[in-house]
Structure formats: structure tokens, C-alpha cells
Design a protein. Structure first.
Length: 342
């Protein structure tokens, strides 16, 4: 009887995994169909340029446990508050929900399963269980869509558009002199940042950097369009090790992959943070202290992130050799290109 129940649960789990994986690209394709039916237009920023405009724009992309671009987990919230207080008026931080091509948060909009995500979020805040992992599983499948060669370009183009719209809301305008852009990706957010970088490079005139905090990177093609990539890693991060196994481009035999090119160009920097895990109290944003260390894991991660944000970026000429030709999903006329600019 017990063996039969275990077999039934395993069978149902495998079926749910297969169905979820099959339906994961559906939201992206729905966005793409609407994108063509009603052409997407950039909102033009009409505000006057200010002498106090920041010289550094920072975009934060949360981990796979995110449910909204404005509602952050108890581990992420102190990081964002500390970055805002430390950077002052030099940098302006915006956040984006990266696990939906439409940008619609799991807790809002016209989502069919909005009631489910809200119930799971309430449950996660009070009594976490296996069911609350459905949020992570849903977002992980969207990460796989971003890394996919077929659907990834569509998803990443949409994400780049969402990032630019968020930057416009924060006061950025294409009429400003070229500004520095840094995307901070925590866990799965690092993969999303790299995916969007290829399409941001076509529209952002300044240097682009990415800071990965325990990033689970399984498709590093976008590194060809990044001026600097700082990969913050922990020795006890099992999720990070698993992502290396899943990504053949990061294996030693992949000598001509974007990952290897970035290392040879000096654009990829791996920052070892010591004995830090992926999540929880012993994770990058946890308050546990390593043996022999005088700082918490959170303080170590914060210091490394601030050091990366204040470090000068190399010139664009040091990007990968394919960076001069960003991908283009459709043939657009010059008039269409101009109309899409902010």
C-alpha cells in the first residue's frame, strides 16, 4: 500500500513536471503574438533633463522565489535598502519582475492563477511547506525559457523592454549623455540579466555591467554584450555547482564559448566569498557568520557588491567579438526603429 502511494506521487510529480515544462513558453508566445498584433511603442520621456541626474543606473532582478518586482523577500529587502543608503544620489536603483515576458507580477494583473500564487505567498509567510515551492518551480521554468535557443530571444527581448521602461519611470532618457548601467541578478536573476544584455546593448549607449550573486547561469551567450561581469560565488553553494553541470558552455572543453571569451577578455571576474550557501541563514543574504570571519554572510556579500558597483567599467571595445552585431528578432525599417526609441 505504501509503495503504491509513493509510486502514485512520483508519477503525478513527473506528469506535472512535464506539463509545466511544456506550457512554460506559452506566456512568452502570447506576449509575442500581442506584440505583433499591436506594435509596442516606447513611452516618450518628456521631462526636462536635470543636472542632478544619476551617472549610474542599477537594475535589480530577484531570485526564483520572487512574486513581484516591488515585493521582495525578507532576505532581499535589507540588501536593496543598504545599497540605496550607501550609494546615495550617485546611483538610482530600480527593480523588475524578470520571470514573465509581460512583466505582470504573480500577485497582480489578469493572471488566471493569481488566486493560487496569493495563497502560496500567504502560506510561505506563515508556514512554509513543499507546496510553496511551486512558486520557485514556476519561475525556474521561465528561467529555462530565457535560456532556450528557440524561445529565449523572444523572452529576453521582452525583458529588455521591461527594464528600459522601468528606467524611464526612474527618470532616464535617451537624450541624456551615455550612462552606466549595472544589473544585479540574485540566483536566477543573473541568468535573466545576461539574457537581456544582448538586447539592451542595441538600445543602451553606455557601458553595461552585470553582478551575479550566486547566479545560476545555464546560457551565457549574452556575455558577449556585457562590459564587465562579476560572479559572486560561495564554496557551499550547491545550486551554483548544479548550474555549472547544466551549462556545457562553462565546461573546460568549451574553449570558444561566450563564458571563455569573457574570461580571456578580462571581462569576467569570479569573486570567492568563502563558505557561503545559496539561500537561508547560511546563504549570500543570511546573517550567519563563517568560521573565523568577523562579518555576516550578508555583510560580505554587500561589501563585494558595492566594490563591484564602484569599480570602473572597461571600454566597450573589450566586449566579445560578436558584440558588434546584437540579435534582431525582426526586420524593422528606419522609421520603426526611430519610433521605438524613448
Amino acid at each position: 500500500m505504501f509503495e503504491a502511494a509513493i509510486s502514485w506521487f512520483l508519477g503525478m510529480g513527473a506528469t506535472a513536471f512535464f506539463v509545466a515544462g511544456t506550457l512554460a513558453p506559452l506566456e512568452t508566445m502570447t506576449w509575442w503574438a500581442g506584440h505583433h498584433a499591436v506594435p509596442r511603442r516606447w513611452r516618450r520621456h518628456q521631462g526636462a533633463l536635470s543636472a542632478n541626474s544619476p551617472v549610474h543606473y542599477i537594475v535589480y532582478l530577484g531570485g526564483i522565489d520572487s512574486v513581484d518586482g516591488r515585493v521582495h523577500t525578507p532576505y532581499e529587502r535589507p540588501l536593496l535598502e543598504a545599497l540605496k543608503s550607501k550609494l546615495g544620489g550617485v546611483g538610482r536603483i530600480v527593480t523588475v519582475f524578470p520571470y514573465a515576458a509581460s512583466g505582470t507580477a504573480l500577485l497582480g494583473g489578469a493572471r488566471f492563477f493569481r488566486w493560487l500564487w496569493r495563497a502560496l505567498e500567504r502560506m510561505r509567510a506563515t508556514r512554509p511547506s513543499v507546496l510553496t515551492s511551486l512558486i520557485n518551480a514556476r519561475n525556474f521554468f521561465q528561467l529555462l525559457v530565457s535560456a532556450d535557443r528557440r524561445y529565449g530571444p523572444i523572452f529576453n527581448d521582452a525583458l529588455a523592454s521591461l527594464i528600459l521602461e522601468a528606467l524611464q519611470d526612474a527618470g532616464w532618457s535617451a537624450r541624456q549623455p551615455p550612462q552606466r548601467l549595472t544589473m544585479i541578478g540574485y540566483s536566477g536573476g543573473a541568468q535573466m540579466a545576461i539574457g537581456a544584455a544582448a538586447f539592451l546593448a542595441r538600445r543602451w549607449r553606455g557601458p553595461i555591467g552585470v553582478i551575479s550573486i550566486g547566479g545560476t547561469i545555464i546560457a551565457p551567450a549574452g556575455l558577449d554584450y556585457v562590459d564587465r561581469f562579476d560572479h559572486l560565488t560561495g564554496d557551499d553553494d550547491l545550486a551554483l555547482r548544479a548550474s555549472v553541470l547544466m551549462c556545457a558552455a562553462r565546461w573546460p572543453i568549451a574553449l570558444r564559448s561566450p563564458w571563455r571569451r569573457a574570461k580571456r577578455d578580462g571581462r569576467l571576474h569570479i569573486v570567492q566569498l568563502g563558505h557561503i550557501g545559496h539561500t537561508g541563514a547560511h546563504g549570500y543574504l543570511g546573517q550567519a557568520t563563517q568560521p573565523g570571519a568577523f562579518k555576516s554572510n550578508f555583510a560580505i556579500t554587500l561589501d563585494a557588491t558595492l566594490a563591484s558597483l564602484t569599480r570602473p567599467l572597461p571600454p566597450r571595445a573589450r566586449r566579445g567579438r560578436f558584440a558588434q552585431r546584437p540579435p534582431n528578432l525582426e526586420a524593422r525599417t528606419a522609421a520603426e526603429q526611430t519610433d521605438r526609441m524613448p
